[in-house]
Design a protein around this ligand. Structure first.
Ligand code: C2E
Ligand code: CA
Ligand code: CA
Ligand code: CA
Length: 275
C-alpha cells in the first residue's frame, strides 16, 4: 500500500533514493525513447567454424539516454518486462533488425532476442510477420533467441507457439544454454534450430574440468540430435581452438567482433581469419 511505501522510504539512504528516482526516470523515459531516436541496435557477428565465414549477426539493443548516458539492456530489459514495454520495444527491435540485415548483400541471418514476456504475448506472431513483410527479408534469415525460462514457465502453449513460429519459416535458437535446469529434457520436448552455449562455460573451460566436461557434453549431445552448437563469449585464440577441437559449429565473441552498428560490423574482417 501507499502508506507502507512511505514508511519504508524514510529508511532509505540518500543513495538509495537516487537509485529509486533514476529507476523511475528510466521507466518513464522508456515509453518514448524509441520515438526520440535514443535506441539503436548493435550487431555482433557469428562465425562458422567450418569455413571461418560470418553467417549471421545477433542484434543487441542499445539505449543512449540524454542525461544518464548509455543504459545497459541488462538494466532496462527487466524493467521493460515488468511494465510490459518490452512488447512494443521488442516489435521495434524485430522491425529494425530485419530492415538493416535486408540491406546487406549475401544471405546472412539476423538473430533477435525475444523475451519470455514477448513470447507469451498474442502479438508476437503478427510482429514477426510485419517485420518480415516490411523488410522483405526471407523468413529463414530471421532467428529468434529464447532463453530456457521462456520455455519452462508455460507448459503446452509453448509448443504451439514454437510450432507457429517455425511454420512461418523463422528459426529458433535456445540462448544461454546450460544455465537453466533440465536443459536436455527441453531439447526433446521443444525442438530448436540452434543451441547457444552460455559464455560462462567458455570462460572457465580452460581452468575448470567440470565446465569443460559440460561444454563437451552439450556439444556431443547436440551433434547426436543434429542441432548446430554456437559458443558465446569467445575472447581468446586458445578458446577458439578448444571449441574447434570439441566440434562446435560456430562462435560469437569479442575475438570475432564486438557488437557495433551494422555498417561497421559488416565491413570489418573477423580477427580469427588472419592466421
Ligand atoms: P545475451 O543475449 O546473452 O547477449 C550476449 C551478451 O554478451 C551481450 O551483452 C554481448 O555484448 C555480450 N558479449 C558478446 N561477446 C562477448 C565476449 O566475448 N565477452 C563478454 N564478456 N561479453 C560478450 P549486452 O549487449 O549487454 O546484452 C545483455 C543481455 O541483454 C543479452 O544477453 C540479452 O539477454 C539482453 N538483450 C540485449 N538486447 C536485447 C533485445 O533486443 N531484446 C531482449 N529481449 N533482450 C536483449
Ligand atoms: Ca542472445
Ligand atoms: Ca546468450
Ligand atoms: Ca544472457
Amino acid at each position: 500500500s501507499k502508506r507502507h511505501g512511505r514508511g519504508r522510504s524514510s529508511c532509505y539512504t540518500r543513495g538509495m533514493q537516487e537509485a529509486v528516482s533514476e529507476r523511475v526516470q528510466i521507466e518513464t523515459n522508456m515509453r518514448t525513447a524509441i520515438e526520440r531516436g535514443e535506441m539503436h541496435l548493435a550487431f555482433q557477428p557469428v562465425l562458422a567454424l567450418t569455413d571461418d565465414h560470418v553467417i549471421g549477426y545477433e542484434a543487441l539493443i542499445r539505449w543512449d539516454h540524454p542525461t544518464l548516458g548509455a543504459i545497459s539492456p541488462v538494466q532496462f530489459i527487466p524493467m521493460a518486462e515488468e511494465t510490459g514495454q518490452i512488447v512494443p520495444i521488442g516489435a521495434w527491435v524485430l522491425q529494425e533488425a530485419c530492415r538493416q540485415i535486408a540491406l546487406l548483400p549475401g544471405d546472412v541471418y539476423v538473430a533477435v532476442n525475444v523475451s519470455p514476456v514477448q513470447f507469451r504475448s498474442p502479438l508476437l506472431l503478427s510482429h514477426l510477420t510485419q517485420a518480415l513483410s516490411q523488410s522483405g527479408l526471407p523468413a529463414h534469415r530471421l532467428e529468434i533467441e529464447l532463453t530456457e525460462t521462456a520455455i519452462v514457465e508455460d507448459g503446452s502453449q509453448i509448443a504451439t507457439m514454437l510450432e507457429a513460429i517455425r511454420r512461418l519459416g523463422v528459426t529458433v535458437a535456445m540462448d544461454d544454454f546450460g544455465t537453466g535446469y533440465s536443459s536436455l529434457a527441453h531439447l526433446r520436448d521443444f525442438p530448436v534450430d540452434r543451441i547457444k552455449v552460455d559464455r560462462s562455460f567458455v570462460a572457465t573451460a580452460e581452468s575448470d574440468r567440470h565446465s569443460m566436461a559440460v561444454l563437451e557434453g552439450i556439444t556431443h549431445i547436440a551433434r547426436a540430435l543434429g542441432i548446430p552448437v554456437l559458443a558465446e563469449g569467445v575472447e581468446t585464440p586458445s578458446q577458439l581452438e578448444l571449441l574447434r577441437k570439441i566440434g562446435c559449429d560456430a562462435i560469437q565473441g569479442y575475438l570475432v567482433g564486438r557488437p557495433e552498428p551494422l555498417v561497421r560490423a559488416a565491413t570489418s574482417q573477423p580477427s580469427t581469419s588472419q592466421r
